[in-house]
Design a protein around this ligand. Structure first.
Ligand SMILES: O=C(O)C(=O)CO
Length: 328
C-alpha cells in the first residue's frame, strides 16, 4: 500500500484496561492508520470516512447501531478472541460489514488455562498457597487431601479447537476423555485423543470427575449447567468454566458448592466480571476464580493481533478471510 493512504483502523484506546497493547502499535501502524475512539469522537466529521476496519480489544469499542451508522466506509470488524457473544452479528451484517474472530491464536493458551485451573483445583493449590504463607503453618493432612488427576475421567463440553487442545493435554495425564458437542468430531475423538462421544450431556455429567465447559455463549447455552446438571454430577466432581460465565448458573453453583453437591469449581469467567465483593462464590474455599486470564499470554496476544490483521487485510482486498464469522 506504499504511496497510498493507509486504511483507517478504529481501536478503543492504546493501553489501559480496554485498549490495544502498546507493543502492538508499531505492527498495526505498518498496515493501518490507527484512530482511537477519542480521536474519532473529537473529530467525527473527518474521521468517520477514514475508518475501514475496527479492531476490538477486550470487547471495546462497543459496536452499536449509532457507531455503525457513523462509519460509512466500514468493511470489517476483527475481534481479539473467539467468543462473539458481545456482538450483534445480524445487526453488523445488515450494514454489509464482515466479522472475524481469532480461533487459531487463542486455542492453546485457553486450553492451558483450563488445564491449569483443573490441576490447581484438584491439588488445592490456592488453599495451599494461603496456608504456606500464613504464620505458623500447620495443617491436618486428612483435611487437606486433593484428588488425583492421572487416570481420572474428564468430560469436555464443547469440542471446538479449545476443547480439542484440552483433550490433547488431558491425554498426557492419562485421563479418560468424554466429550459432548453438537456434532460428533470423529477425527479428533477416535484418531487423535481417543475421546468418547456422549450424545447426551447427562451421560457425560454423571461419569466425569472433572467437567470442563468450553462452549460459546448463545441463547441455547445460557445456563446450560444449572441445578439439575450439577445434581447429576458426582459429589466428588469438579466443574471448570473457561467459556463464558453465563453458561453456568452461578447462584445454583454457589449452593451446590456450599452443600457438597459437587466437590469444587474453578472459574476463569463469571457474570459480571469481576464479581461483586459480596458474591456468595467469593466466600467459598472450594472455588478458584481467575479474572478471565484465558488468552493473557504474551505470545497469544501477539498472535491475536496478527490474526486480526490477516483477516482485516483479506476483507479489505476482497480475499477470503481466514476466520470469518457469519451470523447464524
Ligand atoms: O477467546 C475468547 O473469547 C476468550 O474469552 C478467551 O478467554
Amino acid at each position: 500500500m506504499e504511496g497510498e493512504e493507509l486504511p483507517g483502523l478504529l481501536v478503543n484506546e492504546i493501553g489501559g484496561m480496554h485498549g490495544i497493547l502498546h507493543d502492538h502499535v508499531e505492527f498495526l501502524k505498518k498496515h493501518f492508520c490507527l484512530i482511537t475512539m477519542k480521536e474519532f469522537l473529537e473529530n467525527k466529521k473527518n474521521m468517520s470516512k477514514k475508518v475501514q476496519a475496527v479492531y476490538l480489544w477486550w470487547h471495546r469499542p462497543v459496536i452499536d447501531k449509532d457507531l455503525l451508522q457513523s462509519l460509512p466506509n466500514l468493511k470489517v470488524i476483527a475481534n481479539s478472541g473467539v467468543g462473539m457473544d458481545h456482538l450483534d452479528l445480524k445487526l453488523i451484517a445488515s450494514f454489509g460489514v464482515k466479522m472475524a474472530n481469532a480461533p487459531c491464536a487463542v486455542s492453546s493458551c485457553t486450553a492451558d488455562a483450563g488445564m491449569a485451573l483443573l490441576l490447581a483445583s484438584a491439588r488445592r493449590l490456592v488453599e495451599g498457597y494461603h496456608l504456606a504463607v500464613s504464620p505458623g503453618m500447620e495443617y491436618n493432612e486428612a483435611d487437606f487431601l486433593g484428588v488425583e488427576v492421572t487416570g481420572a475421567t474428564l468430560g469436555i463440553i464443547g469440542m471446538g479447537s479449545i476443547g480439542y487442545k484440552i483433550a490433547l493435554r488431558a491425554k498426557a495425564f492419562e485421563m479418560k476423555i468424554l466429550y459432548h458437542n453438537r456434532t460428533r468430531r470423529k477425527e479428533q475423538e477416535e484418531q487423535a485423543v481417543g475421546a468418547i462421544y456422549c450424545e447426551k450431556i447427562d451421560d457425560l455429567l454423571c461419569q466425569a470427575d472433572f467437567v470442563v465447559v468450553v462452549v460459546s455463549l448463545t441463547p441455547q447455552t445460557h445456563k446450560l449447567i444449572g441445578k439439575r446438571e450439577m445434581e447429576l454430577m458426582k459429589p466428588t466432581a469438579t466443574l471448570i468454566n473457561i467459556s463464558r460465565g453465563a453458561v453456568v448458573d452461578q447462584e445454583a453453583l454457589a449452593i451446590a458448592l456450599h452443600t457438597g453437591v459437587i466437590r469444587a469449581a474453578a472459574l476463569d469467567v463469571t457474570y459480571p466480571e469481576p464479581l461483586p465483593r459480596d458474591h456468595p462464590l467469593l466466600k467459598l474455599k472450594n472455588v478458584i476464580i481467575t479474572p478471565h486470564l484465558g488468552i493473557k499470554t504474551d505470545k497469544a496476544t501477539r498472535m491475536i493481533t496478527e490474526e486480526a490483521v490477516e483477516n482485516i487485510l483479506a476483507a479489505l482486498t476482497g480475499l477470503p478471510m481466514p476466520s470469518e464469522v457469519l451470523p447464524s
